[in-house]
Design a binder for this molecule. Structure first.
Ligand code: ADP
Ligand code: MG
Length: 211
């Protein structure tokens, strides 16, 4: 995947987030403050403008600019966390011109480590980690087992989606939703839902690019 594919991923992700903006807001209304949809939509729209202005030349530069723009434009918990995820992934890929499957696995692991370093959430705390961690694991296992790129990317997106749905039965232990205690049970975590959308966009874009 070259810089063009990474940009195309972020553009697709921005489109899906805009499309699902009200859904993400409804999820956040149930256990938070109803701002996750507009927060992310505003952030990703700023990212697209930043990409247009700067024309980042490598995958790493695309990821770093995405992360720093999200940090500066998205309020709330998710801006710094997503910012950290993209910046950590960007640092992990370095200045390589083309990221292969193994490189993508390293970048995803770095993103997860960055989110956990900043937010201290563990698996099961009902956060974006509950989508990102199983996705990262599923992707690495698929590659280790010699899966095709299409199968590995599908495993990634499916695990993220299943992880997001699995947050419904969890009680939130981190973030705003944790203030609700047991009343947070029964609702999907908005950040896990948006993570599944972003990783679904990654699968769609990478698959389209490999055809
Ligand atoms: P805020 O909660 O400040 O209103 P958002 O609504 O944009 O911010 O984002 C909420 C999402 O952020 C949650 O659904 C959760 O997935 C994620 N989140 C919150 N705190 C943490 C944390 N400590 N670690 C990981 N993710 C977190
Ligand atoms: Mg919120």
């Amino acid at each position: 995947m070259d810089a063009e594919v990474f940009r195309s991923w972020i553009t697709t992700a921005a489109g899906v987030i805009e499309e699902q903006r009200d859904h993400l807001t409804q999820l956040d209304a149930a256990i938070g403050d109803a701002d996750h949809g507009p927060n992310l939509a505003r952030g990703f729209s700023a990212v697209l403008s930043a990409h247009d202005g700067a024309n980042p030349a490598t995958p790493g530069a695309v990821l770093l600019l995405t992360g720093s723009t999200l940090i500066s434009k998205v309020g709330g918990a998710s801006g710094p966390l997503y910012g950290m995820a993209f910046r950590s992934a960007g640092k992990a890929v370095g200045d390589t011109a083309d990221v292969d499957l193994a490189g993508l696995a390293v970048a995803l692991k770095a993103a997860l480590a960055g989110v956990q370093q900043l937010g201290a959430a563990r698996a099961g705390d009902k956060t974006m980690v509950d989508a990102l961690a199983p996705a990262t694991e599923a992707f690495s296992s698929a590659i280790a087992e010699g899966a095709s790129p299409a199968d590995a990317l599908t495993a990634l997106a499916n695990a993220a989606q299943a992880g997001a749905v699995a947050t419904i039965s969890m009680q939130a232990l981190k973030g705003r939703a944790s203030y609700l205690g047991p009343r947070s049970v029964g609702h999907e975590d908005p950040g896990a839902a948006s993570t599944a959308l972003i990783l679904g966009a990654l699968r769609d874009t990478a698959l389209a690019a490999s055809q």
